[in-house]
Design a protein around this ligand. Structure first.
Ligand SMILES: Nc1ncnc2c1ncn2[C@@H]1O[C@H](COP(=O)(O)OP(=O)(O)OP(=O)(O)O)[C@@H](O)[C@H]1O
Ligand SMILES: [Mg+2]
Length: 294
């Protein structure tokens, strides 16, 4: 096990030492969408935020990183023929495992392949890296929709990505669990960049109160700055769209939740992100950190 981990680390550093700074330019920003508590709306947010970015001219790939749950498939009313599993086994190319949901949104089903990502042979790892780099260079954003909480796999996605969006609702249990997730991740990896999304908010003031609890506590006790990305209203049309298995921004383009996600995406794009001057960003940075954590 140690030998394999060592070999992977070596491989990662040799693969990525060539002009890392310039190679990361033009590469997709990698965002992990996570939460402390389950069922807070991560998958709905990921999907509709991705669709909003796409409608604003961005190239976005969604990656269902929730092991065994196939959240994105269900919300889009599609069934994946191929997944990460086939890519990691070199049975399929990246183009074959990318599926297209409503709104022509490209996504990859992770499924049981995520577990395989923890133990790849050198040959399959090389293939995977070359395939994922190819697609990443064509994308502006890659969004990982993860399961709730701090499992081993979630921790790797969160700490390998460029940004971590934490979704919470205004409920005290959801707020406490979101803070607990941030605290644990920050304790081991202080470089992780967190932003908050308050979902199922009664109104803007309730969303602000919820976010401030987390932001002020993190600032005071962890000396950590967390951004408030925005909020999405508690909207019965979301529940209706889930039942219809059509993303709410497509099924109900004028509902409150759609309006909120679009506004949030617009604001997100309006804020310049100084990623190019940062350390290692994009898919290369993601893979390097992922391998270091094997
Ligand atoms: N803005 C909203 N307004 C009303 N209901 C919502 C909203 N967002 C999500 N929901 C409800 O919450 C349910 C759970 O949402 P979703 O599956 O996106 O959560 P999740 O965080 O991805 O869950 P899990 O932790 O199981 O992956 C949805 O099926 C929907 O009924
Ligand atoms: Mg989900």
């Amino acid at each position: 096990m140690t030998d394999q981990a060592q070999a992977l680390r070596q491989l990662a550093s040799t693969k990525f030492t060539d002009s890392t700074r310039s190679a990361s330019r033009g590469s997709a920003k990698i965002i992990t969408v996570s939460s402390g508590k389950g069922g807070v709306g991560k998958s709905n947010f990921t999907l509709n935020f991705a669709l909003a970015l796409k409608s604003m001219g961005k190239k976005v790939l969604v990656f269902d990183a929730d092991i065994g749950m196939a959240n994105i498939d269900v919300l889009m009313g599609v069934s994946s023929r191929f997944s990460l599993y086939h890519l990691l086994r070199k049975e399929k190319n990246i183009e074959d495992v990318i599926q297209y949901g409503p709104g022509d949104l490209p996504y990859i089903a992770g499924g049981s392949g995520i577990v395989d990502m923890l133990s790849l042979s050198e040959e399959n790892l090389n293939f995977f890296i070359s395939q994922i780099e190819r697609i990443s260079s064509e994308m502006d954003y890659i969004l990982f929709d993860t399961g709730a909480g701090i499992s081993k796999e979630n921790m790797k996605f969160i700490t390998s990505a460029d940004y971590c969006f934490v979704v919470t609702t205004p409920e005290p249990t959801s707020i406490t669990d979101a803070y607990a997730l941030i605290k644990v991740v920050h304790g081991s990896y202080p470089e992780v960049d967190f932003s908050l999304v308050v979902n199922k908010a009664g109104d803007e003031s309730e969303a602000r109160q919820a976010s401030e609890k987390i932001i002020l506590t993190a600032n005071r006790f962890l000396n950590l700055d967390i951004k408030m990305l925005g909020y999405v209203t508690d909207d019965p049309f979301v529940v209706k769209s889930v039942k219809r298995q059509i993303p709410f921004s497509i099924a109900f383009p004028t509902c409150e939740a759609t309006r909120d996600v679009k506004r949030l995406a617009l604001r997100y794009l309006a804020v310049p992100v100084p990623s190019e001057s940062g350390p290692l960003t994009g898919i290369k940075g993601f893979m390097q950190r992922w391998l270091k954590r094997t």
